[in-house]
Write a protein that binds this ligand. Structure first.
Ligand code: COA
Length: 150
């Protein structure tokens, strides 16, 4: 698949319905429009990724001193496995570095094999485990905490 022209733009109010609709398709416990607009209001770094004019992904990054925390990174289901997640992750790394971050952190479900593979391939290492961090159909699921140096 040819990418017409991948570009990144700060998330706008007008993106929120699309972003929340996609989140509901991608996650069993999705963020709401309110969660995304709160993130924007809190000054988090919120992005959409477009291929030409088509929105194909989005991400939310929180900066705390010299650490960057990825709170959300998502690619539209029909456009997965085309290298877009990797490009979005690289973009977040560039933004974090420009803002002075030295390390980037994230949490991921151990059952999320696609995300785990993406992060491992991008050089993230597992540095911890939060017990029962996520809601899950069977009760709770742990989170793996991963870090990459920038
Ligand atoms: C995780 C996610 C962002 C990956 O996006 P993507 O665009 O499909 O990823 P890429 O095509 O850039 O893949 C990069 C690498 O990650 C790995 N990977 C990605 N998806 C994979 C899958 N389903 N199975 C195995 N490896 C996978 C591969 O190593 C891949 O490289 P390769 O295609 O050269 O082998 C996407 O699957 C997604 O949006 N999932 C739903 C939301 C989510 O779970 N987000 C993460 C929350 S922590």
């Amino acid at each position: 698949m040819t990418l017409v022209g991948l570009n990144f733009a700060p998330m706008q109010e007008s993106d929120l319905e699309w972003v929340a609709m996609l989140d509901a398709r991608l996650y069993p416990y999705p963020w709401t429009v309110g969660n995304f607009s709160d993130s924007m209001r809190s000054g988090y770094s919120c992005w959409t990724m477009r291929d030409g004019l088509e929105r194909v992904g989005y991400a939310v990054l929180m900066m705390v001193l010299d650490e960057a925390h990825i709170l959300n990174i998502s690619v539209q289901a029909e456009r997965q496995r085309q290298g877009l997640g990797r490009r979005l992750l690289e973009h977040l790394g560039d933004v974090a570095r420009q803002d002075g971050a030295r390390q980037m952190f994230l949490e991921v479900r151990p059952s999320n094999t696609a995300a785990l593979a993406l992060y491992q391939r991008a050089g993230f290492e597992t540095i911890g485990r939060r017990k029962g961090y996520y809601p899950a159909a069977s009760g709770r699921e742990d989170a793996l905490v991963m870090r990459s140096r920038l």
